[in-house]
Design a protein around this ligand. Structure first.
Ligand code: URA
Ligand code: CA
Length: 433
């Protein structure tokens, strides 16, 4: 079929066949189909949507556009977790060692990425000596021995997604649920996941601003996963305010260590236990979700979670003693307090704006070649619903520059205090199985 006929077919609201979708993905990746035709098709998909079968076919066509990672030499069910991204989302750093400590193999491929803080790899590199350059054999051997390893992204995975994502970015077709869902799922499947646990965020700091949109995206991804033989589930969680208290690279490593020891923030701990229980259950390491959760709680209490983290760090060249001496993490030159000027209850902590305040300090990057200040960031002392008095410290600003007036301005605009008592938002809105 000619590309123009494919565009017309979708524009008319008809369903594309697997062959037609493959023809488009293959032709576009190769450069045989020009950007203008690809753009027109993407816009037609944006307006007309895609069926469950089309979404699955698009996902698999993108998986097949490049290399795939074969994790079959790793024993057990490889469960990958994916978060749609948010502010101060420390869950990967915690969940990896946590589920590994009860026997779930974690073979994680991670990127640096753009955002308010660095990606998981940047955070881990706040630990002296830690490196993510592992040969495939070493990676597999470490996972088989220790149950966990993290490698940097390598190989030519899902080139079709890279090319299409860049095109969507400049053609007004990013926020299409079938396109987002197939983009995310293609990357997880190409990276070798047998089962996938999705954390779909909703709220000001998230891609999906409402619970309804988040639910739609989650359902589409779960359908795709199950359709192509990867057990998939999703949790819809709150990102109206940042998760946990720390936003910043070394600060989040510190928070992860606290949480693995059982001293973490309540919301972050709860979300990790929720996601972790599903991962353990999907990996077949517990009979029920409840018993999976008990195992994880025990691992935190008896120290096996933090011991697994330490072993993981050391197996990749890092200084494991950081676990017992957090002052070995990069420290900012200044810690400046931002305090309340009135009394009342915290009613808003607008996640994306707080993330931007962390960016001003250098905690994240806007371009891939930006350098990150690993020590910089914010620690929240109050969350939505907490009562405050004038003078109470709301946020500690960890900075390598002395003047942080711009950061304080940003924080002022992102934190609201109301006279009425406020309830904290729900942490988990829904689970989609
Ligand atoms: N994240 C992705 O990986 N793909 C999208 O399309 C949107 C967000
Ligand atoms: Ca956090």
């Amino acid at each position: 079929m000619r590309m123009v006929d494919l565009i017309l077919k979708k524009r008319g609201g008809q369903v594309l066949t697997a062959e037609e979708i493959q023809q488009f993905i293959h032709g576009y990746t190769e450069g045989a189909i020009p950007d203008y035709q690809a753009s027109a098709l993407l816009m037609a998909i944006y307006f007309k949507g895609m069926s469950e079968q089309e979404c699955a076919d698009l996902t698999m066509a993108m998986v097949q556009s490049g290399e795939t990672i074969d994790l079959s030499e790793i024993k057990g069910v490889k469960v990958d977790k994916h978060s749609t991204g948010g502010v101060g989302d420390t869950t990967t750093l915690i969940l990896g060692p946590l589920v590994a400590s009860v026997g779930v193999p974690v073979a994680k491929m991670s990127g640096r990425g753009l955002g308010h803080t660095g990606g998981t790899i940047d955070k881990l590199e706040a630990i002296k000596g830690f490196h993510v350059e592992l040969e495939k054999e070493a990676f597999i051997q470490i996972v088989n021995e220790n149950k966990i390893a993290v490698v940097g992204q390598s190989g030519n995975l899902t080139p079709a997604d890279k090319k299409i994502y860049a095109l969507r970015d400049v053609t007004g077709t990013v926020d299409s649920i079938p396109l987002i869902a197939s983009s995310i799922m293609s990357k997880k499947i190409a990276a070798g996941a047998d089962a996938i646990c999705l954390d779909v965020k909703t709220g000001a700091g998230a891609f999906m601003k409402t619970v309804e949109e988040a639910q739609q995206l989650a359902k589409t991804m779960v359908q795709i996963g199950n359709h192509v033989g990867r057990k998939t589930m999703a949790v819809i969680s709150d990102m109206s305010q940042p998760l946990g208290n720390a936003i910043g690279n070394a600060l989040e490593v510190n928070e992860a260590i606290d949480t693995l020891r059982g001293n973490g923030p309540k919301d972050l701990t709860e979300l990790c236990l929720t996601l972790g229980s599903h991962m353990v259950y999907m990996a077949g390491k517990a009979e029920t979700i409840d018993s999976a959760r008990e195992k994880l709680e025990t691992a935190i209490k008896d120290g096996s979670a933090i011991t697994t983290f330490k072993r993981f760090i050391e197996s990749q060249g890092g200084d494991g003693t950081v676990v017992d001496d957090l002052s070995k993490l990069p420290q900012a030159a200044y810690v400046i307090e931002f305090s309340a000027e009135e009394d009342g209850y915290i009613s808003e902590l607008i996640a994306n704006q707080i993330g931007e305040a962390a960016m001003l300090l250098g905690a994240g990057r806007t371009k891939l070649d930006d350098t990150i200040d690993l020590a910089a960031g914010l620690v929240l002392h109050k969350k939505i619903g907490d009562q405050v008095q004038p003078g109470d410290v709301l946020v500690s600003i960890h900075s390598n520059r002395e003047n942080v007036d711009d950061v304080k301005e940003k924080l002022k605009a992102s934190i609201r205090i109301s006279k009425q008592k406020q309830a904290a938002p729900p942490l988990v809105y829904k689970e989609i199985l």
